[in-house]
Each structure stands twice: as structure tokens, then as C-alpha cells.
Design a protein around this ligand. Structure first.
Ligand SMILES: [Zn+2]
Length: 422
């Protein structure tokens, strides 16, 4: 009993440290380099040296006390060795596919939506741990294994990155190489073509560096007259006073929800209107890979596989009629820029329909990842809906999710699982 209590105290301490280090990481001041307003339009990096003021913007949900307690109990099941014993007794045969996005430099962290970030130091800790205590294999190897029908070895892990952040090349790839780990990077290829930042980061940066504080998006007249009636109706998004931190959070949440579901034109229109009203004082540096950097990854890091994530980062569950076009465009981009047809695909926002899934399979693609209710890969998992787990910002949680006992031991003990990495 005493050991259990000591373990619980250790976990709570770790969680507290994790929270404060995350807060420190997110509030680290920016380095004095970023793009000017004119540079953004031309996609040219012209740097100025005045540091912008960043308004704080919290984008991570706060867990309730009950959720925190459950999370701690889950971690306790790992710390106490229980889930490990369970995995051994049950001869667990599961693999975990981890989903990362951005591993930002200190400067990039100020401009990147925090829910997509794992700090470089945490990432390195996690890679060191995985290289020493887990069996990290490439996606190709995992697929071959599933096709063979043999049981998956306990502790098998696959590392993936979504979207095509520049720091996957500058920060993550050297760390992966240091530990000799394979990984797959899924590119949203139109964003790479334009070396354009992801819309979520454009939104995040605009809300943090605005010089005007009233955002009014409750007027459909702001839209072009040829927009469909359904878009006109959905435009009534609200209005916010951005001097209030809570309203900044609410604006971010509401606009993120809308932009995930928007098509390309709606997305561009909304971001242009936000930019017009907020008149940001500064713009982010380039956060997305360009093709030159993608080719350097190919040359320098043979253990990294390149996959696709559509061309325009569209929600294919809502735009399934555009799936074939998105697949054809992104495959064409990859072939013409890298000389290699892609074989792996990642559903944007992890959303898909059976029809979109069938169209992906018909595009000479060998696998597709998403997020499923059962968050681990088993021997009979569909190759076109391979489940992933969003990589947690804590080493302890990563350990507990990849030891083979997860998620079954959580289901047994608590009758549910938790995959929220907060
Ligand atoms: Zn994505």
C-alpha cells in the first residue's frame, strides 16, 4: 500500500512538472526574426528585428478534476507495473502508431498552434526511450507484418508526422537519425508547393499579434455573392472582443471548428477577412517544408518515408466528392517533385467515410492512417484505417501507452480508455 501511495505522489509530481514545463515552453519569448507583412504575401523571408507582442492564447482544454484523477489512475496502473504484467500474461499483440505534428524551435513555438507541438527536448527524451525500450519499425514493415498474419510483437511502435512542418527536417530528423529510428512524414502537398503555413497556425498567429481587437464575423455580406446558400448561412460565426483572453480562446475554438470543415475557397476567404479586420503586427516565419527541403530529407535521411495527407488538407468526411481529385493532385505533386510515387496516406483531421477510404485504396496507396475508437493496431486491423495516438507531451504517458498493456488494461480496470494527451 505504501509503495502504491509513493507511486501516486511521484506521478502527481511528474504531472505537475509536466504542466509547468509545458507552460514555460509555450510562453518562451520569440527570437527576433519573423516575416513582415509584405513578405507574407510574396512568400519571401524578409526579416525585421522588432519583437512583436504576443497575446496569450490557451488552446488546450482544461481537464476537470475527475478527468485528472482518472488520468492519474491510468498512469498508476503503468507505474505500478500492473499493465506490464497484464500485457505479458495476455501475450498482448498490439502496435502503437504515434502521430506527431510540429517539433518547434523556440521561435516557431510562438507561432504554432500548441496542440500540434511537442518540444524538441521532450521529443528527444521520447525517442531515446523508444530506441532503448520499444521496438520501433517502419510503416512498411508494420504493413508487411499485418499482411503476414503473424502476431505483432509487444511494444511495437511506428512514428509518424502530419502536415509537413519544416522542423520535421530541421529538428526532428536529426534526432530520429541520432537514435536510428524510422518515421513517416505525411505532406499536405499544396501547402508544400506554396511553402505556405497551415491555416491553423495562420489563425493562431493572427489572434496573438493583432493590432485591432474587434473581430466581427457575423455578417454574411462579407462573403463573395457567389458563395452557396449553405455557406452564407454558416457564416454567422460570431463576434469577439480580443482584449479579453477568454474571448480569444472562444474565437480560436469556433474558427478552428469552422476551418476544419471549410473547403479551400471558404478557408481562404475567412482567413483573408480575419487578416483584414485584425491587421496583425507581424507574420510568422515559414513553418512548412518546401520541396527543396523535402528532397534533402530524401537524400539525407533514408529511414524517413514520405507519404501524403491530401493536397489541400481537406476534411474528406465532408468533402468526399473531392477525394479522387485530392489524391490525384497530391500524388502528382509527389511524383514530379520527388520522383517517387507515395504509398502511404494520412486522413486529414483523422476523418473519413467508407467512400473516401475506397477512393484512397483505389489510388495505388498501400495504407491509410486515421484515429479509431480502438487506438492500437492489431493483427486484423484494416490497412486503410490504421489507428493512431496523438503523441503526448509527457514521457511517462508515452511509456504507458506503448507498453502493450494499453488500452486493454484501462478498459479492464476503468471500463474506458483515455487518449487525451493533456
Ligand atoms: Zn493534418
Amino acid at each position: 500500500m505504501l509503495r502504491v501511495l509513493l507511486e501516486l505522489v511521484a506521478i502527481i509530481k511528474t504531472l505537475q512538472n509536466g504542466t509547468s514545463s509545458m507552460a514555460t515552453f509555450l510562453s518562451t519569448p520569440a527570437q527576433p526574426t519573423y516575416q513582415t507583412k509584405t513578405a507574407k504575401t510574396a512568400h519571401v523571408a524578409a526579416f525585421i528585428t522588432t519583437k512583436p507582442t504576443f497575446l496569450p492564447l490557451k488552446t488546450w482544454p482544461t481537464l476537470t478534476a475527475k478527468e485528472r484523477l482518472r488520468q492519474q489512475l491510468h498512469l498508476l496502473s503503468y507505474q505500478s507495473g500492473l499493465s506490464s504484467i497484464y500485457a505479458r500474461l495476455k501475450q498482448a499483440s498490439v502496435a502503437t502508431i504515434l502521430m506527431y505534428h510540429s517539433i518547434p524551435t523556440e521561435q516557431e513555438a510562438q507561432w504554432t498552434a500548441p496542440e500540434n507541438c511537442i518540444s524538441a527536448s521532450t521529443f528527444e527524451q521520447q525517442m531515446r526511450f523508444l530506441s532503448q525500450h520499444r521496438r520501433v519499425i517502419s510503416l512498411d514493415k508494420l504493413i508487411a507484418h499485418i499482411k503476414s498474419g503473424k502476431p505483432i510483437e509487444r511494444g511495437t511502435v511506428v512514428i509518424t508526422f502530419d502536415d509537413g512542418y519544416r522542423n520535421n527536417f530541421t529538428v526532428a530528423a536529426p534526432i530520429l537519425a541520432k537514435y536510428n529510428l524510422p518515421a513517416t512524414i505525411y505532406l499536405a502537398t499544396s501547402y508544400v508547393n506554396a511553402a505556405q503555413n497551415q491555416w491553423v497556425d495562420t489563425l493562431y498567429a493572427a489572434l496573438r499579434t493583432c493590432s485591432e481587437y474587434q473581430l466581427n464575423l457575423s455578417d454574411s455580406n462579407l462573403l463573395a455573392p457567389d458563395f452557396s446558400a449553405s455557406v452564407q448561412d454558416s457564416w454567422n460565426l460570431g463576434s469577439w472582443n480580443l482584449t479579453d483572453p477568454l474571448q480569444r480562446e472562444q474565437a480560436y475554438d469556433k474558427l478552428t471548428d469552422y476551418l476544419i470543415e471549410a473547403d479551400v475557397l471558404e478557408r481562404q476567404t475567412l482567413l483573408a477577412e480575419i487578416d483584414r479586420q485584425l491587421a496583425p503586427r507581424a507574420y510568422p516565419p515559414r513553418l512548412t517544408l518546401n520541396w527543396d527541403e523535402v528532397r534533402q530529407i530524401q537524400r539525407q535521411y533514408p529511414k524517413i518515408t514520405l507519404g501524403i495527407h491530401t493536397a489541400n488538407h481537406l476534411d474528406l468526411s465532408l468533402h468526399e466528392d473531392q477525394t479522387a481529385q485530392e489524391m490525384a493532385t497530391s500524388i502528382e505533386h509527389m511524383v514530379s517533385e520527388t520522383g517517387m510515387p507515395p504509398t502511404h496516406f494520412s486522413f486529414p483531421y483523422n476523418r473519413y467515410t467508407a467512400k473516401a477510404q475506397a477512393q484512397v485504396a483505389a489510388s495505388q496507396i498501400a495504407s491509410a492512417v486515421a484515429v479509431a475508437e480502438d487506438p492500437v493496431v492489431r493483427s486484423d486491423t484494416s490497412l486503410y484505417a490504421l489507428p493512431r495516438l496523438s503523441a503526448p507531451p509527457s514521457l511517462l504517458m508515452l511509456k504507458s501507452w506503448t507498453n502493450g498493456g494499453f488500452p486493454d488494461v484501462s478498459r479492464k480496470l476503468f471500463n474506458r480508455i483515455w487518449t487525451i494527451p493533456y
